[in-house]
Design a protein around this ligand. Structure first.
Ligand code: NAP
Length: 332
């Protein structure tokens, strides 16, 4: 694995939500130096005018064209990253779905064919040695990250059918409001969507295959949009899962914490942390039966996007996976 002192970074799509989140983690990182930030409609504006909480912390203007850098974070709509990537050199992390899946799964999930092979799948828990000599990483989807972290320790012993439910916050839909994502439609509402047919399920199956799954389950996933801005919570009944197994799998991992209690999203909002709960309980209405449900809570913009992108860049650079990711955010 190569080792660098510092890396210059260009964030592509800085006017969007994952772009803003990458900005936060890059600016807080001791060995990353932001040299460029791109967008189309916002080109020519100061980055600080897009994200007022920056205050005067950053003196940089949004450009339309890519800026030369050691590393590029592609925070772009699906279909844009695949078009831009061939023009770039150095390390590239694609936060979109453009490079996650092989064909024909990619076409089925995203509606267009891609001629090139998928990139290294960037879930650090699949193993750090996989990054040696690599330059391009497909950052996992936000729901996919939560589902994978809940399932990976059980990859070798999954049942044939898995039922998963997941709730997600509104920032997961990006900065542009639509009929189903603008405030009156989301606030005080819970809305199931893409029932059993979410585009992240095939990449979860890819990750389980890489983790050594002997056979792949039918993952029957019900996503629900929830009235919060940041956060994802998934719940999966999983017979045979034990807290000991999960603690052993995640032992020493500073970006994942395991408990025997269910996690909530406020406890991860703004942080790079995944909280995994392995909850074993008597099943009410039965005579003595017990069951186990595995939960995972993440911040869709952090562990589900920006902080995971920086973790992936750390691994490409030969740095500790959590470098620059340990600063405290607001505690309440
Ligand atoms: N939101 C999440 O929680 C989340 C989590 C994981 C992964 N993702 C994935 O990450 C990607 C970005 O998501 P997002 O939520 O950040 O989307 P978003 O809020 O819609 O932001 C995308 C930004 O890209 C800019 N853009 C579009 N084409 C561009 C180009 N050619 N060059 C430079 N900038 C361009 C757009 O601004 P202009 O129109 O002004 O250029 C827009 O602000 C998507 O593929 C999404 O699926 C999102």
């Amino acid at each position: 694995m190569s080792s660098h002192d510092t890396l210059s970074v260009c964030i592509h799509g800085v006017s969007g939500y994952t772009g803003a989140e990458c900005l936060r983690w890059v600016l807080n990182h001791p060995r990353l130096r932001l040299v460029g930030a791109t967008a189309q409609k916002a080109a020519g504006k100061p980055v600080s005018a897009l994200w007022p909480r920056l205050g005067a912390a950053l003196d940089l203007t949004v450009s339309r064209e890519p800026v030369e850098a050691d590393a590029h974070l592609l925070c772009l709509p699906h279909g844009q990253a695949v078009a831009l990537a061939p023009q770039l050199s150095g390390f590239i992390i694609d936060l979109s779905g453009d490079h996650r899946l092989a064909e024909p799964d990619h076409s089925a999930a995203y509606g267009y064919a891609r001629a090139t092979a998928p990139w290294l799948y960037g879930l650090p828990e699949l193993g750090h040695s996989r990054y040696a000599g690599e330059k391009r990483v497909a950052n996992p989807g936000c729901f996919a990250t939560a589902l994978e972290l809940a399932l990976l320790p059980m990859a070798a012993q999954l049942p044939d059918i898995l039922h998963a439910t997941g709730l997600t916050g509104s920032t997961g839909s990006g900065v542009t409001p639509t009929e189903t994502t603008h405030h009156p439609a989301r606030d005080e509402n819970l809305r199931p969507y893409k029932v059993l047919n979410h585009q992240h399920v095939p990449e979860v199956l890819r990750a389980l295959t890489e983790a050594g799954a002997r056979s792949l389950p039918s993952l029957q996933f019900v996503p629900i949009s929830a009235p919060l801005r940041r956060g994802i919570l998934v719940a999966i009944p999983l017979p045979g899962a034990t807290i000991e197994n999960y603690q052993a799998f995640y032992g020493g991992n500073l970006l994942a914490a395991v408990s025997d209690q269910p996690p909530d999203v406020l406890s991860v909002a703004g942080t790079p942390l995944a909280r995994i709960g392995v909850v074993h309980s008597p099943v009410s209405g039965t005579r003595g039966a017990t069951g186990t449900v595995v939960f995972c809570a993440i911040d869709n913009l952090a562990r589900g996007a920006g902080s995971q992108a920086v973790a992936n860049l750390n691994l490409l650079a030969g740095w500790p996976v959590d470098l620059g990711l340990t600063a405290l955010g607001p505690l309440v």
